[in-house]
Ligand binder design. Structure first.
Ligand code: HEC
Length: 311
């Protein structure tokens, strides 16, 4: 009744209702950095974009009273933890607080719910084109769509909230090329992809080969082979490539040798010969190349980011 009284009988929409509140009452302190000189968001929490809010751990969709995003704005007026801080910003109105509550209780949806705009993968994408596309705020519908297909999506850092990592860690066993293709809806935003143990095929890597901004790719324990690597030839920004336990051979080394930015590659448990490795070492003298003849213990030490990229 109360919500109707204040004009909240209908749905609360993120863009129309929530984003404007955040923009006027929170963004001065909780905005993602765009460049190094910008100040860091308070508490490492960037509220100015959907991906920032989602990855901030402040939402329990469906349950406002367990969500920091709501709790911190609905405390008594003199509470120390109130947001915005009582002596440093104007408090939210009763109506704004009610809108935030309803939005979270209704599921905290960011998308318009119109997956219609996603019915088709954008045509004519290739790596070069994708790299020159502006990296705008990622499309919330596309993020929700991929999450519904089992993907976990996060910004790579609070600083760069438009750049995303996509992984299928928990649903790898049922993830096929069909789900993976849908990543192209976020082509301009994706910089890290973890496909380890998924059912990706050589053919499916054609989609990945269009992600011109990709810097990290994990293919460990997949069925992919040399043909799949051929499909990745245009990924000239790759810095980190994990091919552990795949079917690649020395035949694909010439393609990998052209990744001028490559810093680490993992070839343990593959058929790549020591000749193949030395070809690669010559072409990329500064890259870390880990294969079975290397000290095995070092393959763990060598991981740049062991938490993110399950070996
Ligand atoms: C004047 C600066 C300022 C403004 C404006 C502000 N905050 Fe904060 N916020 C902070 C600071 C500083 C912290 C860290 C200290 C703390 O937790 O109280 C914080 C922490 C938080 C936290 C806790 C994060 C965590 O991980 O524990 C939440 C949630 C939050 N703010 C939400 C909001 C919301 C929502 C708004 C707008 C309605 C807002 N803040 C406006 C400065 C601000």
């Amino acid at each position: 009744m109360y919500l109707q009284f204040i004009g909240l009988g209908q749905d609360v929409d993120y863009k129309k209702h929530i984003a404007p509140i955040v923009a006027s009452k929170c963004n001065s302190c909780h905005t993602a950095k765009k460049k190094e000189s910008d100040k860091k968001p308070k508490a490492g929490l960037a509220l100015n974009t959907p991906i920032g809010i989602r990855s901030g751990g402040v939402l329990e969709p469906g349950d406002a009273s367990s969500s920091e995003f709501y709790i911190r704005v609905s405390l008594p007026k003199n509470a120390e933890d109130l947001m915005p801080p009582p002596d440093d910003g104007s408090p939210l109105s009763t109506k704004e607080i009610a809108m935030i509550k309803k939005w979270i209780d209704d599921g905290a949806k960011f998308s318009s719910g119109s997956a219609g705009s996603l019915s088709k993968i954008p045509a004519g994408l290739d790596a070069r084109k994708v790299k020159s596309m502006p990296a705008r705020e990622p499309n919330a519908d596309a993020i929700e769509h991929l999450e519904n297909l089992g993907a976990t999506i996060n910004p790579v850092s609070v600083t760069l909230s438009e750049y995303l990592s996509v992984e299928w860690i928990s649903t790898y066993y049922k993830t096929t090329d069909k789900e993976i293709e849908q990543i192209l809806h976020l082509a301009a935003n994706v910089v890290e992809v973890d496909l380890s143990r998924t059912k990706v095929t050589n053919d499916g890597l054609k989609h990945i080969g269009k992600l011109g901004r990709l810097t990290h790719l994990n293919l460990n324990r997949t069925e992919i082979g040399d043909k799949g690597i051929e499909a990745l030839a245009d990924l000239q920004s790759l810095e980190w490539l994990n091919l552990y336990g795949t079917k690649v051979t020395a035949a694909c080394m010439p393609i990998i040798a052209k990744y001028r930015d490559l810093k680490s590659i993992y070839l343990w448990n593959t058929a790549v010969t020591s000749n193949g490795v030395s070809t690669l070492r010559k072409a990329l003298p500064d890259a870390k190349i880990v294969r079975d003849t290397d000290d095995r213990a070092s393959r763990f030490d060598d991981l740049d980011d062991p938490g993110k990229f399950d070996f």
